[in-house]
Design a protein around this ligand. Sequence first.
Ligand code: BES
Ligand code: MN
Ligand code: ZN
Length: 496
Amino acid sequence: MLSLHASHAALTAVDTPLLVIFCHAGNGTPVALPEAVRPVDEALHGALSRTLARRDFRGGRDETFVVTGAERGIERALLVGLGKAPSSRAAWRRAGAIAARAAAKLGCGALHAVATEASAEQVEGLIAGLALGAWTYTDLRTPAPEAERRAPVTAATILLADNDASRAAFAFGEALAAGQSVARRLGMMPGNVCTPDTFVDTAHGIAERHGKVHVSVMGRDDMQREGMGSFLCVAQGTPEEPRLVTVEYRGGAEGAAPIVLVGKGLCFDTGGISIKPAPDMEWMKYDMSGAGGVMGAMETIARLALPVNVVGIVGATTNMPSGTAVKPGDVVRASNGKTIEVINTDAEGRLVLADLLVYAKRFNPAVVLDAATLTGAIVFALGHQAVGLFGPDAALVDEVRGAGERCGEPGWPLPVWDEYREQIKSDVADLRNTGGRPAGSITAALFLQEFVDGYPWVHLDVAGTAYSQTDLGWLPKGPTGTPVGTFVEFVRGRAR
Ligand code: BES
Ligand code: MN
Ligand code: ZN
């Protein structure tokens, strides 16, 4: 991960290969240089102010401009547009990511970013963004020859106002960046590298790095004893040991009811016997993004030592067609006793989550949030712009929506009316695992609700938002970090 540093040094004293300066768009007028950057402009003999006066750079969203500087001191300056003022935390996050990606293209290796005039919220966004933009996953690549290689961005120094609010914002931004990189790394890893045991290792890593964390792990036999026939039917097609991993963070009062985060962890989803078509199937390595989000959030929460109790639960396995795989029409029994007719083996996420939601009850949760790449249908409903939010408690759904909005992971509610329940009634069992094409994301949520026993609950469908199949400009193709930000922001809201 990008190493992040805070500095209160005077700009004139800074030595850097790249100084990043964030600017708002002018209102039909030249962009105004942030006050703090004046001395830099002087040191560069007015190169910055001339650039702005010529309107070479207008401060628009995602806009960048490089001004070459001196041999020492500030070697280059990078102007990055924030769009129109006032700029949100999300706008700074986006600009931070743009800056880091531009720095990577230049091959600078390190950068300094000016945030002396930014609010605490904006600093949080900036740091998360720099880390998002600088993040890479190169474990499986042969490095290019030294002479052709551009240095990746490995260090970023944030120039901050010297006060407690900006110090706290820096710490928060760094912790969020660490959690997002945990989630993105798990997402990017292919299915033969990120296996259920990788979640076990990740959980142990969190416990080793931070205090007040306890990990427990269940395998096939343990789940059998708990009667988790729903989760296990998905895992019966693979020889790989399925894992139910629990990460308990106890930062709050003893005995205080925890927030429980639950994640779908399909290390790969072929569809099983109801096999998916070959084109684009490789993207199903991301079907563990809900579980990756839970792990990432636990990393951030434990790193910040938030004064709250949080339990993360992930269910990890791989959905495979095989001689032992579950078949369409099979009936299985979940750990709450309900029977399920498996109509389509590709609707496996809800089968895994069913037993996890029953399991969550034993922690006496204050609230349970689950995240899952649950349905392709959510992309038809909301595209790639919003997380699908579901739950019977409108105020709680709105609390999650607010958390997502603040951190730049927008979500939007869809209805969970009783009328839709007709679609998941079975002729032979208590439930069927698919409700047909209409309202596919809603019937999936209603299926989950059958396993929610009395506690407040919201389901997040992140199938359209946890990863991107295209380069978004500010973010590369691949894992986005969603829903780490939403989880963390929700928990932080409750911890206040
Ligand atoms: N993991 C998929 C959902 C998915 C699809 C995520 C596309 C990301 C992109 C899930 O397990 C699935 O296959 N759902 C089925 C449900 C259907 C069989 C009722 C789907 O969405 O087609
Ligand atoms: Mn599936
Ligand atoms: Zn799936």
